[in-house]
Write a protein that binds this ligand. Sequence first.
Ligand code: SME
Length: 160
Amino acid sequence: MTVLDPIVVAQVDALLEGEPNPVTNLANAAALLYNSMADLNWCGFYLYSKRTGTLDLGPFQGQVACMHIQPGSGVVGTSFAKGESLLVPDVHAFAGHIACDAASNSEVVVPLVVGDRCVGILDLDSPSLDRFTAADQATLTAFAAALAKHLDADALALVY
Ligand code: SME
């Protein structure tokens, strides 16, 4: 299985340079990642809404997905509640996994932290079991940090 090339970290930084709209930046970040990794069926963001207290579907690539996830629920909500990245080799073995797309078999999630605030979760799904490596997880963590520098949390809060 191919490992995610760390060049995506520099690519996302260059791609988003000068663009102030956070939704625009999240959309292109999802597209960049989705097209940089083989064997994905979903890649995108869940963004925390202070209004509803839920993680709401953000820009993504893939099949239609669950629109609201409670903090603490599923892989995404667990990652948000714990403030931790999670590597899930077999989603069927993860208690409470939310099956948005029946094709998903493995998943990796990374908190998206802007300043000191976790604004949401980066989520990638694969139809293959054990698709993601610790090296992928590390690159995705660096990707989320590079992306976060191009996100205005106050502008994002106007939408989510
Ligand atoms: N599987 C996730 C739900 C989101 S979809 O994968 C796009 C979860 O358990 O939180």
